[in-house]
Design a protein around this ligand. Structure first.
Ligand code: AP5
Length: 323
């Protein structure tokens, strides 16, 4: 038999859940099913929250792990989980957020953590464009020189990239935009493409950092190209980093903590290109905040503090009712 907690939560989720994530379900699973008693005790609380769907998935996942022969309404737990996820993807609004801030603010540092927390993908137009440059595609050829100089790639190109990307299956519950939109034209194009499906941007997390600290962050950054993992010689050094006699990081010692592969520095991470990138940010990108502020969805975070402090504020900003 499937647990009462799982079946009740699943049915109530259909009526009550307004948001959730696959990752959220995974996180909840260890709690929701640590014991049958605990699960029953939590049932009432679960049903009273809008996370009912997530709890249902979590409980069912645990059921599947503990007893693969149990059925729900004649279906296996795995089938019920899949069907619930499909319903959620088809009928509930997507969670669409923008990670906003100047170059070096921490978008690439915190984007993957939000991705892990919410189970929705972080889509970085910068990463997508760099991949196109590396692959030598037509888009890459057009973008290469502009990016190296710190300019903005044409609206037409980036809007096209995002339009295609958000149609992919992993975006069905929502997505996090990192580095897009960057102009009012991109913003209007985004709003329009979302409006076509009755959706809209649900939150803008603005990372506030004074320009004065950004040069050190940008020029000290090293990245792992394949994963996009970001390191810093001072603030987030890789475990392998060695320094020379003058205290400078030895390039050959800069390796990714996870894969051990070589790290690299971006061509546009120079003080000169940063000046242009910042000018573009203030002139073209900051007005986007004014566009979304009347919707009450813009949440400012002090990103001029240690990474843990920034993450704590981001977590608070992500919560419903915070913006
Ligand atoms: P993109 O790749 O988007 O670059 P960006 O916006 O300039 O942002 P960065 O990646 O430089 O900064 P970040 O905020 O991710 O900082 P990170 O977390 O790594 O775009 C590149 C180019 O592509 C653009 O210039 C443009 O040409 C083109 N492009 C992209 N999108 C476009 C669009 N929509 N339209 C037109 N053109 C587009 O942090 C930086 C460093 O600081 C790291 O080393 C990190 O370890 C460190 N750090 C982070 N947080 C902290 C902290 N709290 N304390 C200390 N150190 C920290």
């Amino acid at each position: 038999m499937i647990s009462t907690a799982a079946s009740n939560a699943l049915r109530m989720a259909g009526r009550r859940a307004a948001t959730g994530s696959r990752f959220g379900a995974a996180r909840l699973s260890s709690t929701a099913a640590s014991s049958q008693q605990a699960s029953n005790n939590k049932n009432a609380a679960i049903l009273a929250t809008t996370a009912g769907l997530v709890a249902a998935v979590a409980a069912l996942q645990q059921q599947e792990q503990t007893n693969k022969t149990q059925n729900l309404f004649g279906k296996s737990a795995a089938t019920a989980v899949k069907e619930t996820e499909e319903k959620f993807g088809a009928y509930w609004p997507r969670n669409i957020m923008i990670l906003f801030g100047p170059p070096g603010a921490g978008k690439g540092t915190h984007g993957p953590k939000i991705e892990e927390l919410l189970g929705i993908p972080a889509l970085s137009t910068g990463d997508m464009l760099r991949a196109a440059v590396s692959a030598g595609t037509e888009v890459g050829k057009k973008a290469k020189a502009v990016m190296a100089a710190g300019g903005l790639v044409s609206d037409e190109i980036v809007v096209g990239i995002i339009r295609d990307r958000i149609k992919e299956d992993d975006c069905k519950h929502g997505f996090i935009l990192d580095g897009f939109p960057r102009t009012l034209a991109q913003t209007k194009a985004l709003d329009k493409m979302l409006a076509e499906e009755g959706a809209c941007v649900t939150k803008v997390i603005e990372l506030e950092v004074p320009d004065s600290v950004l040069e050190e962050r940008i020029t000290g950054r090293w990245i792992h190209k394949k994963s996009g993992r970001s390191y810093h010689v001072k603030y987030a050094p890789p475990k392998s980093m060695k320094k020379d006699g003058a205290g400078k990081a030895v390039a050959e010692s800069m390796k990714d903590d996870v894969t051990g592969e070589a790290l690299m520095q971006r061509g546009d991470d120079t003080a000169q290109a940063l000046t242009k990138r910042l000018a573009g940010y203030h002139n073209e990108t900051v007005p986007i905040l004014t566009h979304y502020q009347p919707n009450g969805i813009v949440k400012a975070v002090n990103a001029n503090q240690g990474m843990d402090g920034v993450w704590g504020e981001i977590l608070a900003a992500l919560k419903r009712g915070s913006a």
